[in-house]
Design a protein around this ligand. Structure first.
Ligand SMILES: Cc1ncc(COP(=O)(O)O)c(C=O)c1O
Length: 421
């Protein structure tokens, strides 16, 4: 099998390290399944993106839906990032992690009244509205709070992002945003909306996009709308391109931040406004692994199974998207052959797998594996299905590591029920 290595996760001798820490040491101390993140990866990726757009007046808002561990959000905030939140809960986390409300923006196709109220009370930089009804509600709530809401309109540019249908968001058939004609009409309502200040146009066309063309197409469409709005005498401060930049899970060809910038900056420069970005996966995916222990191996008929203590409830992406995550051993051993196997968890579903029909080095009971590229949409999508405790999370920085989320206890999972018996 191929062993994937990067500056952040690589074998030294026989052991797979995260930065300067052998993952086996974390497995021994913290048990498994456990998410392990490289702090250096997060900072390097942030800087790479920021530098690529140095020629534009821009701000990055880390999409914390991809990884909302407090310490991870704090890493990005300390590096200079703003935060994009998609719910009251993410806002709560961003504030706890130390993000300034002036650098928090709120997304969401279905914001509740309370979420809008919280965004206004906390004086967030901007709310991205996705429908006429939402705009009217924001105006009403802002009025009752005697304030003026800063609002961008999310436009659905009807562009095919050529990604998995579940994470494509910019097609006419998707629930997100409004079409450009509707957006223009809503911008023109400005004079009747006393408690709204329109600040920008927003898009997010999907996730795990591996080519720049869909971005270019969408930005050109948004640019036209931007100029039309301007010609109506409404001056906007920013254009928000959302997130969606794809990463390599299995040697796919993707584009770098620099290539992204080269493709889109010339169009953006003409708009002469601030540019916002909301990357999530790009900043986190390849900065994390899920480590797990092999519980059993077996052959069922002709098929090999490696049963680990990591399962679909810990990392859902393979089950719901059929997503590929490369899996390799924490410790290399000589004289082992490769087999074709399914790597599965203990959950009582046939959909519970981390990998299907993959070439993998033969593993034995008790050995450990690393599921790569698990820093984005990993822990945040985990659940307690089968009353399994969600994984612990560990952040590595150089020679040290820190538990940044303890493994749940059964007591804590029952605390909202036990006294109600
Ligand atoms: C509005 C919005 N912004 C940003 C993101 C982050 O996307 P990605 O992790 O693909 O960069 C998402 C993800 O769904 C989103 O919905």
């Amino acid at each position: 099998m191929n062993y994937f290595e990067s500056e952040y996760f690589k074998y030294k001798g026989y052991q797979l390290f995260c930065e300067n820490v052998p993952l086996i040491e974390i497995a021994d101390q913290q048990s498994t399944p456990t998410y392990v993140y490289s702090n250096k990866f997060f900072i390097d990726r942030y800087k790479e993106f920021d530098k690529a757009f140095a020629g534009l007046d821009h701000q990055i808002f880390f999409a914390c839906k991809s990884n909302f561990n407090l310490s991870v959000i704090k890493t990005f905030v300390d590096a200079g990032s703003g935060v994009d939140v998609n719910s009251e809960g993410e806002l709560f986390r961003a504030l706890k992690a130390g993000a300034s409300p002036k650098k928090i923006i709120m997304s969401g196709v279905g914001k509740t009244k309370n979420e809008i109220k919280l965004a206004l009370e906390n004086d967030l930089l901007m709310i991205k509205a996705e429908s006429e009804e939402e705009i009217l509600l924001i105006n009403e709530i802002a009025g009752s709070l005697n304030t003026k809401a800063r609002v961008a309109i999310r436009v659905n540019p009807d562009v095919d992002a050529k990604t998995h249908p579940y994470i494509s968001t910019g097609l006419a058939k998707n629930k997100f945003g409004v079409d450009a004609a509707t957006a223009l009409r809503l911008f023109k309502l400005k004079k009747d909306l006393k408690n709204i200040k329109y600040t920008g146009i927003d898009m997010h066309i999907g996730s795990q996009i591996t080519k720049v063309e869909p971005f270019v197409e969408a930005i050109e469409k948004l640019g036209e709308l931007f100029q039309k709005v301007k010609s109506e005498g409404i001056s906007l401060e920013h254009i928000d391109l959302g997130g969606g930049i794809g990463v390599a899970y299995n040697n796919e060809k993707t584009f770098s931040a620099e290539e992204f910038s080269n493709a889109v900056s010339p169009i953006l420069k003409k708009l002469n406004c601030k540019v916002f970005f909301e990357p999530g996966r790009f900043l986190t995916a390849n900065g994390g692994v899920l480590i797990a222990q092999v519980l059993y191996t077996k052959k069922n008929h002709d098929k090999n199974f490696i049963i680990t203590d990591g399962a679909m409830n810990d990392l859902l992406r393979p089950s719901i998207y059929g997503a590929y995550h490369h899996i390799q051993p924490l410790t290399l051993t000589k004289d082992k052959k490769d087999i074709t196997a399914d790597v599965v968890g203990p959950v009582c579903e046939s959909g519970d797998f981390l990998a299907k029909n993959v070439q993998i080095t033969e593993c034995k009971r008790g050995e450990f594996i690393a599921v790569l590229s698990a820093g984005a949409y990993g822990m945040v999508m985990s659940s307690n299905y089968n009353m399994r405790r969600r994984p612990a999370e560990v952040l590595v920085s150089g020679n040290n590591f820190k538990v940044v989320r303890r493994r749940e206890s059964f007591e804590s999972l029952l605390k909202d029920e036990i006294d109600l018996l």
